[in-house]
Design a protein around this ligand. Structure first.
Ligand code: ATP
Ligand code: MG
Length: 327
């Protein structure tokens, strides 16, 4: 089995509120899947359904090969979950917090496993301190250790770096990257879009229903195309026409001493443009790609999702041309 999570029309209502509408996704084993969306989009609700903590109102899901609603106990034993506000036992030591949950999950060789995760997450030195005395970042790491103790196949992380200082956040991110390397499947909810861009194989933008789902690179390309910028000593008349004469070039703009070119496949085609410009007497000082941030993509997708259909098609064929940093 290569599919870790497969849902079909998974839905959840709370009274009249439709929190999750007909979510259909398929997540491969070993994939880091980013689940992005605004506050109240239904992300945590989705995680709670997929970890068999709450029952869906409609639709089906297979998690780790088991059917939700039929084999919930099997599912619970194969998933790890880091919740938004992980409840720890404040009076118990760091170590005892882990041991307590390990018992519940009947973790084999528990004390070795507890030691392993205390060390992996840098909590070894604080193992005997009551959880109440840990800093927020340490508590977060303890909660991550707890989610991993039973070696789950699929890990659900609900905003694992929220509220952490940059150093602690980086540690957690690196830890997630290591888990990915080790082949673990990770379902990641985060509001940190740079983090999602770095870690995720695919992202879904979700706002009570699925807005878009693909690799960050593919979403970038679909929405904005590929843009490179040639910094020249001077843009001479004729350069723009020269560049736009190539079939693979979609658009050229000259801005001060720069030529901003939207084109297909820059890896293949940039060298041709460089040769042509140099032959025409251009002094190329720098060359870089303008890479839109995942935040731009996310905001554009959410905005587009709110528009009527006709407007959507127009916007997608004429993406807004707001330039920013390149490199
Ligand atoms: N137990 C519940 N009873 C009633 N409404 C609920 C319940 N749980 C969630 N909701 C509602 O469902 C919607 C989705 O909530 P959810 O917590 O899944 O959002 P989220 O995407 O995780 O948001 P955030 O980014 O703020 O964490 C919200 O409108 C929320 O108020
Ligand atoms: Mg949430």
């Amino acid at each position: 089995m290569t599919t870790a999570v497969q849902t079909r029309d998974l839905s959840k209502s709370f009274g009249v509120l439709n929190a999750v509408n007909r979510l259909t996704v398929s997540i491969e084993r070993g994939e880091v899947f980013g689940f992005l969306g605004p506050n109240g989009a239904g992300k945590t609700t989705t995680i709670r359904m997929l970890t068999a903590l709450i029952a869906p109102s409609a639709g089906t899901a297979q998690v780790a090969g088991f059917t939700l609603g039929e084999d919930d106990q099997q599912i619970r034993s194969r998933v790890g979950i880091l919740t938004e506000s992980p409840g720890l036992y404040d009076n118990l030591s760091t170590e005892r917090n882990l041991a307590f949950f390990g018992h519940l999950y009947r973790v084999p060789d528990l004390s070795a496993q507890v030691d392993r995760y205390l060390k992996l997450l840098g909590l070894w030195g604080r193992r005997q301190d009551p959880a109440a005395t840990l800093s927020r970042g340490m508590r977060q790491k303890l909660a991550i250790a707890r989610a991993l103790l039973h070696e789950p196949e699929i890990l659900f992380l609900d905003e694992p770096t929220s509220g952490l200082d940059p150093e602690a956040a980086r540690l957690v991110r690196e830890f997630v990257a290591d888990l990915k390397q080790a082949g673990r499947t990770i379902f990641l909810c985060t509001h940190n879009l740079e983090e999602a861009d770095r870690l995720c194989d695919r992202v879904a933008v979700f706002n009570t229903r699925l807005v878009a789902m693909d690799t960050p690179a593919a979403l970038r390309y679909q929405l904005f195309g590929r843009k490179v910028v040639f910094h020249l000593r001077a843009v001479r008349p004729g350069f723009e026409d020269l560049v736009s004469g190539y079939g693979f070039v979609q658009q050229v703009q000259s801005v001060e001493n720069k030529l901003v070119v939207t084109l297909e496949n820059p890896e293949e085609n940039n060298p041709l443009l460089v040769q042509a410009l140099v032959a025409a007497g251009a002094d190329i000082q720098f060359l870089g790609e303008i890479k839109r941030s995942l935040e731009d993509i996310y905001l554009q997708l959410l905005e587009t999702a709110r528009l009527p259909e006709v407007e959507v098609n127009r916007r997608i064929s004429e993406p807004a041309a707001r330039e920013e940093n390149h490199g």
